[in-house]
Structure formats: structure tokens, C-alpha cells
Design a binder for this molecule. Structure first.
Ligand code: NAD
Length: 365
């Protein structure tokens, strides 16, 4: 039986980068004799235009019946409004994450030798970065009780976690570390916060199930510094929702190329290689370059590698896609977002979305 993939192209450059990614997926599947059955649905601004709803019920239903979901991006100036009653494209994203119970958000950050100059860090620090931030996505302060009191002059937000919520994301992170360099940093603020003390307790309870993984606890303020000071020390980092939101954006900037960053959001599963997951580039719909054929498709393509790894249990296919991305970069192909500056003196071959796609297909042959 084949895999069922739901494709949500969305808005702006979403359909352009998804188009390349789909060709890559089919190529990798065909060479292995694997069948991937694709279906398409609406999300975001285009869904508002066509149905009035950023996440039509049919989209969520199709997503629930899929093995994986590939999303381009949502949003754009057309739907930016200050009208509090208007529907917004981002509601589609939040709705699908919640509706599918996608509790673990993964953002890998890898430094490519050929793009090292794009990093805001010194080359000797930016070299050798190969880490994944695992962020808890459906609990914590973003979902706790909140409000105003004292006539509106005082506000509060509540952070709460249950043991179960912590355990499932911590196990997902340990599973991931086991398949990588076997190092896990658990990030918390256990010197101050009670939720962090519970977090640490659970991590310590789970750790004996993964004796081959080296575990280190780090306080979040220290982690924020260490990510800049010595990022190559990390393999997998796991943390709660708020800390993860901030640290994953910080980590995203280590390499300096937004068009290169993939992500996955995963649901619960007894089999770590076969989780229902939503795969999408970290970047948005880039309305400034939509329709120009300049969008970098590599973040979306790298998200597909994650799909093969975490939803289809096909590590060899994932590694093949990762290697194809390395190959096109080593060939010197560059979309404008990753092109070296005019004063760098570096040689490269300018490419658009389509040329990058063709080169990837060749590299996969
Ligand atoms: P953005 O990521 O869309 O763009 C930021 C800058 O990076 C732009 O200059 C853009 O041209 C460039 N860029 C982004 N992706 C690129 C790619 N693949 N190749 C080349 N250049 C690329 O962020 P923004 O401009 O803040 O937001 C634009 C819209 O996207 C907004 O409506 C925002 O709400 C939405 N958004 C959606 C998501 C998502 O769907 N997950 C994430 C972030 C922003």
C-alpha cells in the first residue's frame, strides 16, 4: 500500500516551491517503486477567497486521512486587515496544527560549507552546525488561562504542563537523538519555574529508556548564549513552547538563509518513523517575490526529506534528498536569496526556482 500525501500549496510563493518539491518526491518514490498518492486542498488566503474559511472542514478531514501533509506558505498583503472581524490566513495554520494534535515542532539547522559566508556568525563558529530544535507546540503559556484584573491594570498569563504533555515531546526528542549523534540538551528554567522542575523530573524519568543518549540539562538563558557562542555543541535540543518559539527563531538565524530552513510538526505515534506530520518551510509566502520565479525551493525540498524520515520511515530516501541539495549547492547554483554579494568575488551560477528544481532532479538520477 502506498503513502497518502495531502498537498496544501497556500499563498504567494507557496505553490511555486511546492511544485518543485512534488517533483522531487515523485522522483524519489518512483526510483524505489513506492507509490505516493497525492491529493490537494485549500488553506490560508486562497481558502478565504474561495470558501470564506482559512481552514475549510474538507481540508482538515483530508489531512486527518493522510500519512503526511506538505504545506507551502500562507498569508499576504491581500488579507492583511485591521478589521477584527475578518478571517486571517494564519488561522488556517493554527487550526490544522491543533486539529491534528501536532505537539512536536522540529526545526533542523545545518550549516552548508558553501553558504558559510551568509551566516551572521564568524565562519569558524558557523562551521559544523547540525542541530534540531524540538519545541513543544500545543501546551504551556500560549494555551494557559489569561486575563486582566484590577480594572484592567493588571494582566496575567498562566503556564501549565501535565506530565503526559512533557513526556511525549521528550520521548520524541530522545527518539530523534537516537537516530542522530545521540546527544540531547533539555532546556528549562528549573532554578525558578515549577513547570520547568516538572519538565526536568520527567526528562530524568524517561532518560533510562535511552541509555545510549547523552543527556544534558541547560537553563534557557544559558542556551540562548551558547547557541551563538558554540552552536556546534548541539545535536538535539528539546524545550517547552515559549522557550522553543524564541530559541528556534534564534537558531534559524545561525546560518542566515531563510530559504534553506525546513520544519516538521509531528503527532503522537507508537512508531517514531511513522508519525502523521505537517511539513513546511520556515519562511512565509514572500509576496515581494511571488510570481517572479526567484523563490528558493530548497527549504521545502528539505522539508520533504523530513517527511520521508519521520512519516514514511524511509531514511535512505531522506538522505538521498539531503545529498541532492548538497550537490546543487556544491555545483554553485544559487537563487538570489543565497547568492554571494557582488563584492565577495565568489563564482556562482544564478538560478531561479525552476532551474534549481531541474538540477535537483538530475542530482537524484
Ligand atoms: P517571508 O518569510 O515571507 O519573507 C521574508 C523575506 O525573505 C522576504 O524578503 C522574502 O522575499 C524572503 N524569502 C522568504 N522565503 C524565501 C524563499 N523561499 N526564497 C527566497 N526568498 C525568500 O516573511 P514576511 O515577509 O514577514 O511574511 C510574508 C507573509 O507570509 C505574511 O503574510 C506572513 O504572515 C506570512 N508568513 C507565513 C508563514 C507560514 O506560512 N508558515 C510564516 C511566516 C510568515
Amino acid at each position: 500500500m502506498g503513502e497518502k500525501l495531502l498537498v496544501l500549496p497556500g499563498d504567494g510563493i507557496g505553490p511555486e516551491v511546492v511544485d518543485v518539491a512534488l517533483k522531487v518526491i515523485q522522483k524519489v518514490a518512483n526510483t524505489r517503486g513506492v507509490e505516493i498518492e497525492t491529493d490537494e486542498a485549500l488553506i490560508g488566503g486562497i481558502a478565504i477567497d474561495e470558501t470564506g474559511d482559512p481552514l475549510p472542514p474538507e481540508t482538515l478531514e483530508k489531512a486527518r486521512n493522510s500519512d503526511a501533509i506538505l504545506l507551502g506558505a500562507v498569508g499576504g498583503p491581500k488579507w492583511d486587515t485591521t478589521d477584527p472581524g475578518a478571517r486571517r490566513p494564519e488561522e488556517g495554520l493554527l487550526g490544522i496544527r491543533k486539529g491534528l494534535g501536532l505537539f512536536a515542532n522540529l526545526r533542523p539547522v545545518t550549516s552548508y560549507e558553501s553558504l558559510i559566508k551568509a551566516s551572521p556568525l564568524r565562519a569558524d563558529i558557523a562551521q559544523g552546525i547540525d542541530l534540531v530544535v524540538v519545541r513543544e507546540l500545543t501546551g504551556g503559556i500560549y494555551f494557559g488561562e489569561r486575563g486582566r484584573r484590577n480594572g484592567g491594570n493588571e494582566a496575567f498569563d498562566t503556564c501549565a504542563y501535565s506530565k503526559e504533555e512533557v513526556e511525549r515531546v521528550v520521548r520524541a526528542a530522545f527518539d530523534m537523538a537516537q537516530g542522530r549523534r545521540k546527544k540531547l540538551h533539555s532546556i528549562d528554567k528549573a532554578n525558578v519555574l515549577e513547570t520547568s522542575r516538572l519538565w526536568r523530573e520527567v526528562v530524568l524519568e524517561v532518560a533510562p529508556d535511552y541509555p545510549d543518549v547523552t543527556l544534558e540539562h541547560q537553563l534557557v538563558d544559558n542556551a540562548a548564549m551558547q547557541l551563538i557562542r558554540y552552536p556546534s555543541q548541539y545535536d538535539v535540543l528539546v524545550t517547552e513552547n515559549l522557550f522553543g518559539d524564541i530559541l528556534s527563531d534564534e537558531a534559524a538565524m545561525l546560518t542566515g538563509s531563510i530559504g534553506m530552513l525546513p520544519s516538521a510538526s509531528l503527532a503522537e505515534s507508537a512508531n517514531p518513523g511513522r508519525r502523521l506530520g505537517l511539513y513546511e518551510p520556515v519562511h512565509g509566502s514572500a509576496p515581494d517575490i511571488a510570481g517572479t520565479g526567484k523563490a528558493n525551493p530548497l527549504a521545502t525540498v528539505l522539508s520533504c526529506a523530513m517527511m520521508f524520515r519521520y512519516s514514511f520511515a524511509m531514511e535512505d530516501a531522506a538522505a538521498q534528498i539531503d545529498a541532492a541539495v548538497d550537490a546543487v549547492l556544491d555545483m554553485g547554483l544559487r537563487t538570489p536569496d543565497i547568492a554571494p554579494g557582488a563584492d565577495s568575488g565568489q563564482q556562482y551560477t544564478p538560478a531561479g526556482t525552476a532551474e534549481m528544481g531541474e538540477a535537483l532532479l538530475k542530482a537524484l538520477s
